[in-house]
Design a protein around this ligand. Structure first.
Ligand code: ZN
Length: 458
């Protein structure tokens, strides 16, 4: 009976402790976002509470594949009081821009002087301009793509979507690349419109893939349906490759990524085919190893880089089969270098591949360098740092794979991010103090009940 009483008092005390923490949480009365595309997104919140509000923190980001869980935080300035309005602006020029169609998410964490904390539900918004009258062609998610466009009739959109479906099917059957989630394709009416929607991209960018966000953007006028149909497939392939090989460990060499994209487009046009044949005749082929990093900035060399990448990739797929191509990509995902991945899959390294490929296309043997050449690494996109708060390292690092590349092709490598050790220790210490406090209360209650028990017996 006494034990029961003690337990009852104990639970009462715990209830009191808990309810002190639950009482009168700060109340969020408005919580909005306004977009100034493509420059900035502004988050606004209004909160009231019984006690002065002492902390207002915005947690935000965008949906994308990341290596680690990262929450960016912003600490807007505000005047403490029982009613507080706070706002914070995400400046895309400072953080690196997001692709049109990216999904933003955010929530507010508000604390008052009593230590009561409210965390709002996570809200989302689509990062897209409102100057164009966007329409969506959606034949169901099972089709693998959603096409968004604003100029040109339904037939134009349907034709582009058809090219996209065919491209997905080709990739699935010929290269073993499958779409896991629907890919959003945004068709701008021309390159100028596309340029206005993205910051920083080179002026020749006609299309771009963002594998981490399942987004492809293209500038296609209604008179460029043929080019658009090919380019859509090219960029979709980059998304598929990015998905299959996503990890924090490995990189896909540029020749393989671009080779797969050109292969799925349907191969080389006449001029590129001729250029490749000339290079074979004149023994001016580039080494495959040199195509693992960024492509040349010299136009002729850049074109040849694409053509050769295509030729090498085609050789691998058509000689050894689609299943082995999938194995190669998975080995790269798992962190093997391209040499290791090739040896594991085909039994030869990159030089062995080049020898076999040169033999198959009737080229001269590979020039053997006096010194072994180092493996060029893909170019990295710089890590993005937000205006305030925790470094936003995984944020907004688009896997930029422009269509007609005359500059090196960046491959984003997200960096895992952890909270600072100092903060972790402080939180740990606070936890301990809190547990200790509960412990003291529990022991106090127990001792008191034991004392009473002793008194009764005496
Ligand atoms: Zn490409």
């Amino acid at each position: 009976m006494q034990k029961l009483t003690a337990a009852f008092i104990l639970s009462l005390s715990l209830l009191t402790v808990t309810s002190a923490f639950l009482s009168s949480l700060p109340n969020v009365t408005s919580n909005e976002i306004s977009l100034d595309f493509p420059e900035s997104a502004t988050y606004r919140v209004t909160v009231t509470s019984d006690a002065d509000i002492t902390s207002v923190v915005l947690e935000y980001g965008n949906e994308q594949q990341t290596c680690g869980e990262v929450i960016a935080k912003a600490f807007p300035q505000f005047t403490p009081g029982k009613t507080v309005e706070a706002e914070w602006t995400w400046e895309m020029r400072q953080s690196g821009s997001l692709p049109p169609g990216a999904q933003l998410w955010w929530r507010w964490r508000v604390t008052d002087a009593n230590g009561n904390e409210t965390v709002t539900e996570t809200k989302t918004a689509i990062w897209l301009d409102d100057i164009h009258d966007w329409q969506t062609l959606n034949n169901g998610d099972s089709q693998g793509v959603r096409l968004h466009w604003y100029e040109g009739d339904q037939t134009f959109a349907t034709d582009l979507a058809k090219a996209a479906y065919d491209g997905l099917l080709f990739n699935e059957t010929q290269s073993g690349l499958e779409a896991e989630t629907p890919i959003d394709i945004y068709i701008y009416a021309n390159t100028d419109d596309l340029q206005e929607a993205i910051l920083y991209e080179p002026s020749w960018t006609g299309g771009q893939a963002f594998p981490d966000q399942d987004i492809v953007i293209l500038g296609v006028s209604t008179s460029e349906l043929d080019w658009g149909s090919k380019t859509i497939v090219h960029e979709l392939t980059h998304v598929l490759v990015g998905h299959l090989t996503f990890s924090c460990l490995g990189d896909v060499p540029t020749w393989l990524n671009e080779g797969l994209a050109v292969y799925s487009e349907g191969g080389l046009d006449e001029a590129s085919q001729q250029q490749l044949e000339d290079a074979i005749q004149n023994d001016t082929l580039l080494t495959v190893r040199s195509l693992s990093g960024g492509f040349s900035e010299v136009a002729d060399k850049a074109y040849l880089s694409y053509s050769q990448s295509y030729s090498v990739t085609k050789f691998l797929i058509e000689t050894y089969g689609q299943a082995k191509m999938t194995s190669l990509l998975i080995a790269l995902r798992d962190g093997l270098t391209i040499d290791e991945a090739l040896i594991q899959t085909y039994g030869f390294n990159i030089d062995g591949l080049e020898d076999a490929w040169r033999g198959a296309i009737g080229a001269q043997p590979r020039p053997v360098p006096a010194q072994p050449t180092a493996q060029p690494t893909p170019t990295f996109v710089p890590t993005i740092v937000p205006v305030s708060g925790v470094p936003l390292s995984v944020q907004a690092t688009p896997n930029a794979i422009p269509t007609s590349s005359f500059v090196s092709q960046p491959t984003a490598t997200p960096v895992p991010n952890r909270p600072p050790i100092g903060l972790t220790l402080i939180l740990l210490a606070l936890c301990c103090v809190f547990l200790l406090l509960i412990g003291v209360i529990v022991v106090g209650v127990f001792v008191r009940s034991q004392n009473r028990k002793g008194g009764n017996n005496g």
